[in-house]
Design a protein around this ligand. Structure first.
Ligand code: GLP
Length: 240
């Protein structure tokens, strides 16, 4: 794991640089797209570089990392909508090039298996963007998630629901259930790029990088990955 400590305002540009370099050498690359506030500066930097003509997504494909269960199509906090708003609307992905797990599926196991099959059919993820939860989760793989897990339904912990309540009108509106790529799925991406800023992430970053590889800190699977880049600011690196 390569850990890069840089000022917070540089993180988006650095993560975007990895995506731009990938698309320059492989225009039809498969991107793994995260949500939460952490990747927003990366998406803003990608939009700016696209505006300047430095990168095209015309042949790229994208797979969302995770999705809430039960949020109606068009709900502004549905991750499919967030990625559309924060990235797709500003760049030139082809129609239907970005896919996410179906949080409205009636047959959830079938929808999860289908999502895995769709990722595999595109040749797997080349670069997976990641944030980290304050409890060390990646995607929505909460502590206790199998290190070999695949896309499946998970129940959010009270802490994660409280952390994500700021995106909703009231804490009660945060869904209890989510679909998420598993830790086994995420580990198959060829390059992992995790970004974290702020002191609230310091404990999780410490556990990820310096603690044991354990389901208690799902992000610790990055220690097993041959190509993982972690971009953190001084505050998030405060316990390293
Ligand atoms: C959510 C997302 C994760 C994200 C985490 C941290 O739980 N499912 O992918 O990493 O939030 O969010 P933030 O970046 O807003 O701190």
């Amino acid at each position: 794991m390569e850990i890069v400590i840089v000022p917070a305002e540089r993180i988006g540009d650095l993560a975007a640089g990895a995506v731009v370099a990938l698309l320059a050498r492989k225009p039809d690359a498969v991107l793994g797209l995260a949500t939460g506030s952490s990747p927003l500066s990366t998406y803003a930097a990608l939009a700016e570089r696209h505006r300047r003509g430095e990168v095209s997504f015309a042949r790229a494909r994208g797979f969302l990392l995770d999705e809430y269960v039960g949020l109606a199509a068009g709900h502004p906090e549905r991750y499919r909508e967030v990625v559309r708003r924060e990235l797709e609307d500003s760049v030139d992905f082809a129609a239907d090039a970005v896919q996410g797990p179906d949080g409205l599926a009636t047959d959830v196991p079938a929808a999860c298996a289908d999502y895995e099959a769709r990722i595999a059919a595109e040749g797997g993820v080349d670069l997976q963007l990641l944030g980290i939860g304050t409890d060390g989760h990646i995607g929505f793989n909460e502590p206790g998630s199998s290190l070999a897990s695949r896309t499946r339904i998970k129940t959010l912990t009270p802490q994660t629901r409280a952390d994500n309540a700021r995106f909703f009108a009231s804490p009660d509106e945060v869904p209890h259930h989510v679909l998420t790529q598993g830790l086994g799925t995420i580990r198959e991406a060829r390059h992992l790029v995790l970004v974290a800023t702020g002191a609230a992430k310091a404990e999780a970053v410490h556990a990820m990088a310096e603690g044991p590889v354990s389901a208690f800190c799902p992000a610790s699977v990055l220690q097993l990955h041959p190509h993982a880049t972690v971009l953190v600011d001084e505050a998030a690196a405060g316990r390293l």
